[in-house]
Design a protein around this ligand. Sequence first.
Ligand SMILES: N[C@@H](CCC(=O)N[C@@H](CS)C(=O)NCC(=O)O)C(=O)O
Length: 233
Amino acid sequence: MAGNEGLKVLGLQVSPFVLRVCMALNTKGVSYEYVEEDLSNKSELLLKSNPVHKKVPVLIHNGKPICESLVIMQYVDELFAGRSILPTDPYERATARFWAAYADDKLLPAWYGMVKAQSAEERAEKVEETLSAIQHMEVAFAKCSGGNAAFFGGDSIGYVDIVLGSFLFWFEAVRRVYDLEIINASNTPLLAAWAERFVGTVEAKEVVPVPDVDMAVQCINKLHAPAAAISSQ
Ligand SMILES: N[C@@H](CCC(=O)N[C@@H](CS)C(=O)NCC(=O)O)C(=O)O
């Protein structure tokens, strides 16, 4: 890997947003210093670097902070030479941005809503929204890959791959807790095959921090504890 060019990532092991930044840096082959944050006791550096949202990830480049995972990924793409993360063709770039935003604005709130749901009805509604959103991503994959490429980004992973791929360990946690496969061979065959290819890539395999499914399961169990309390009353 190239030198770290004064790159520091303030992160959290269970954060998909952090993971995508680290995978973007891996795609460019640059190394970075990773600093795990304690969100119950945020560091001065985090508060100073992201005073608006006070969230991870933050990329600090030569002392200058960049916030918001999608913005950071684009910054990394523009800063470093090497394989492009976003497509070079303007229409394809716009399309990739559209699907990345869709994943964050529709798919993420749906499955996170399912995890946080306080009643069975609410959970069922969010499951439906999640499955509908992932169907859109299945169709998007067919279009972006042109029916024969391995990834949204073509022969190697790109912007949408990293964004959607950053959710995969959470989907696995959802599978373990709720026995629900958000991506599966029957309903989303293209994405099921894509997910297998994605987790086998160097960018995903060698990422720091290592995504921890057990920790994600624990987070889900903590989040849905109040629902269990309600139903037992
Ligand atoms: N839109 C942000 C989301 C980042 C985010 O939600 N980070 C969470 C961890 S997964 C966080 O730092 N939460 C701290 C808080 O809400 O106080 C991004 O894409 O970077």
